[in-house]
Write a protein that binds this ligand. Structure first.
Ligand SMILES: [Mg+2]
Length: 246
């Protein structure tokens, strides 16, 4: 069966955080954004740093719990609302979710930088006839995510974008992979998944019958054997199966 599509993880596969500001700067920015959101709501809190941290910690705890259990994306607005209620803040789910997202320092501002060969490799693969997509675990989707991709030069007009918070399931849940395949009208064996996580990307894709290429990283699973292993994205261009789309 010839391959027709290549689906990419993003974090540590197409970009990484090598330019990330120090933690203290992240915190300062997050506190500033939290204070601004509270001002917009006409709500006062003496410690916006604590507000930002409490919402963020609650989000991370919910995410960890989901990853360890059912892989269903939590409702982060509700998670933030309940966490901030403990600080005496009475916010609606929408406002709490907005505040949480406001404290997310992302994209170029968050230090994300594409790997130098990322966009050229993607465009060459497209030139060979492959349809290209992303399958990504992230708590914030929508326009924020798309503008982060644009700023990083990774907005190549993807044929499908499967974002966990929009689909409702986290990799390695089969639903998020099926979502991408169905959008492309492809069978699993017609697509290759590319990612740096053995647990999420490689095992997730292989359980459906997709091939998987692993960007070598610190292994996060045992007994998972990728179909291909590479260190730099441009090495994908040398895989015989990727010489031309089927
Ligand atoms: Mg990744």
């Amino acid at each position: 069966m010839a391959l027709r599509a290549i689906l990419f993880d993003i974090g540590d596969t197409l970009w990484d955080s090598r330019n990330a500001p120090p933690g203290a700067e992240f915190r300062r920015l997050a506190a500033e954004r939290a204070a601004q959101a509270l001002r917009e709501y006409g709500v006062h809190h003496a410690d916006p740093d604590a507000v930002a941290r409490r919402a963020w910690d609650a989000m991370e705890a919910a995410m960890r719990q989901a990853r360890a259990t059912d892989l269903i994306e939590p409702d982060y607005g509700s998670v933030a609302m309940l966490a901030l209620a403990e600080l005496g803040l009475d916010l609606t789910r929408e406002r709490a979710g907005h505040l949480l997202e406001a404290t997310y320092i992302s994209g170029i501002e968050g230090g994300k930088a594409p790997f130098p060969d990322a966009s050229e490799t993607l465009l060459k693969l497209r030139g060979r006839g492959f349809r290209l997509g992303v399958i990504t675990n992230r708590a914030f989707g929508g326009e924020r995510f798309r503008s982060d991709l644009r700023e990083a030069g990774l907005d190549i007009g993807w044929d499908v974008e499967a974002v966990s918070v929009e689909v409702g399931y986290l990799k390695p849940h089969p639903v998020i992979f099926r979502y991408a395949l169905e959008a492309l009208h492809l069978r699993p064996e017609e697509a290759l998944m590319v990612g740096n996580s053995l647990a999420e990307d490689v095992a997730g894709a292989q359980q459906l019958g997709m091939l998987a290429a692993w960007r070598r990283s610190a292994p996060d699973a045992e007994s998972v054997t990728p179909d291909f292993v590479f260190d730099e994205l441009h090495e994908l261009l040398d895989i015989p199966l990727l010489a031309a789309a089927g």
